[in-house]
Design a binder for this molecule. Structure first.
Ligand code: CAA
Ligand code: NAD
Length: 283
C-alpha cells in the first residue's frame, strides 16, 4: 500500500525523532500531543535538530524549511483521519495504549496501518483493543531515532502480510535497517538488552563501583558505544523500569526485574536526561 501521510502520536523522546525522520523522508506528518505545551516542546526539539544540521552543513536551509512545513503539530485527534500510517509513541503503559488504539480505530481510515513503538508490551494485546487487529503491527525504533539504524518490524498474531510489508517498506524509505520478527516479549534487542542492563545496574551495588567506573568498564572493556548508566539515562529511567516490569511479567526471570535502586530513582523523579538528573546531572 502507498504511504503519503504519516501520523505520530506522542512527541516525547521517541515521537519527536520519529516525526522528524518521517518528514525528512518526504512524507507529510501529523504529530499529536496532549496539550499545547507538549506540542511546542516537540516542535522546539525538532527545530533545534534541523538548525544544527544546517549549521553543521549536513542539510540545506531550504530543505530544513521543507521539513518544518511538512509537519503539522496538533492536539486534535481528528487531524489523523487521512493518515495512511499512524505510529504510536506514547507512555509505556498498557492501559493508555489500549485506550489510544480504540480511539484511533474510530478516527483513522479503515485501510490505514496502525503501528506501536512499544519497547516491551505485547503488540497482540494492543491490537486486541481494535476490531481490526490485522492492520496493527509493531514498529520499534531505537533511541535516538534519527541516529540508530535498526527498526524492528513486529508481526502480531493477527497482523496481515500487507501491513507488515508496508511498514517494512517505510523503514527502508527512512534509510533504516528494518528486520522482521514475531511478537514475543522484548522482540529481539530488548529481550537481550533489558536483562543485560539490569545485570549491569546490580553490579553497581555488588562490586561497589561508581556509575562513572561502571560506564568506563563497559565502554573501555567491552566496546559498548556508551556505558550502561549513560544509556539508561538516555532511554529514560521511567521507560526502562516500565519496560523491565512488562518483560518480567511475561518471562518471570529474576534478572529481568528492575533492581530496587532504579525503581527508587523512578519514584523520586530521577528520570535521566529528560528530568535533568538520573545517574548523572544534565544542566
Ligand atoms: N539526539 C539527537 N542527536 C544526537 C543525540 C541524541 N540523543 N546524541 C548525539 N547526537 C548527535 C550529536 O549532537 C552529533 O551531532 P553534531 O555533529 O551536530 O554535534 C552527532 O549526533 C554525533 O554525536 P556523537 O559524536 O556523540 O555520536 P556518537 O558517534 O558518539 O554516537 C550514539 C551517538 C549513536 C547515540 C552512540 O553513542 C550510540 O550508539 N549509543 C548507544 C545508543 C543505544 O544503544 N540506543 C538503544 C537504546 S535501547 C532502545 O532504544 C530500545 C528501547 O525500547 C528502550
Ligand atoms: P516520553 O515520556 O518521552 O514521551 C511520551 C509522550 O507521549 C509524552 O510527551 C506524553 O505527553 C505523550 N502522550 C501520552 N499520551 C498521549 C496521547 N494520548 N496522545 C498524544 N501524546 C500522548 O516517552 P518515550 O521515551 O518517547 O517513549 C514512547 C514510547 O516509545 C514508549 O512506548 C517507549 O517504551 C518506546 N520506546 C522508548 C525508547 C527510549 O529509549 N526512550 C526507545 C524505543 C521505544
Amino acid at each position: 500500500m502507498a504511504i503519503s501521510k504519516v501520523g505520530v502520536v506522542g512527541g516525547g523522546l521517541m515521537g519527536h525523532g520519529i516525526t522528524q525522520i518521517c518528514a525528512q523522508a518526504g512524507w507529510d506528518v501529523v504529530m499529536r500531543e496532549v496539550d499545547d505545551e507538549k506540542v511546542g516542546a516537540c516542535v522546539g526539539k525538532i527545530d533545534k535538530q534541523l538548525s544544527r544540521a544546517v549549521e553543521k552543513g549536513r542539510m540545506e536551509s531550504a530543505d530544513a524549511d521543507g521539513v518544518r512545513d511538512r509537519i503539522e503539530a496538533t492536539t486534535d485527534y481528528g487531524q489523523l483521519a487521512d493518515c495512511d500510517l499512524v505510529i504510536e509513541a506514547i507512555v509505556e503503559d498498557l492501559g493508555p495504549k489500549l485506550e489510544l488504539f480504540a480511539e484511533l480505530e474510530r478516527i483513522v481510515r479503515p485501510d490505514a496501518v496502525l503501528a506501536t513503538n512499544t519497547s516491551a508490551l505485547s503488540v497482540t494485546e494492543i491490537a486486541a483493543a481494535t476490531s481490526s487487529p490485522e492492520r496493527v503491527v509493531g514498529m520499534h525504533f531505537f533511541n535516538p531515532a534519527p541516529l540508530m539504524p535498526l527498526v524492528e518490524i513486529v508481526r502480531a498474531e493477527l497482523s496481515s502480510d500487507d501491513a507488515v510489508e508496508a511498514v517494512f517498506a517505510v523503514g527502508e524509505k527512512l534509510g533504516k535497517r528494518p528486520i522482521r520478527c514475531h511478537d514475543t516479549p522484548g522482540f529481539v534487542v530488548n529481550r537481550v538488552l533489558i536483562p543485560l542492563l539490569n545485570d549491569c545496574l546490580r553490579v553497581l551495588d555488588e562490586a561497589r563501583v561508581s556509575p562513572e567506573d561502571l560506564d568506563t568498564a563497559m565502554t573501555a572493556g567491552a566496546g559498548w558505544p556508551m556505558g550502561p548508566c549513560t544509556l539508561v539515562d538516555l532511554v529514560g529511567i521511567d521507560v526502562h523500569v516500565h519496560a523491565s516490569e512488562a518483560l518480567y511479567e511475561k518471562l518471570r526471570e529474576p534478572r529481568i526485574a528492575p533492581p530496587a535502586r532504579i525503581v527508587a530513582m523512578k519514584n523520586a523523579g530521577l528520570l535521566g536526561r529528560k528530568s535533568g538528573r538520573g545517574f548523572y546531572r544534565y544542566d
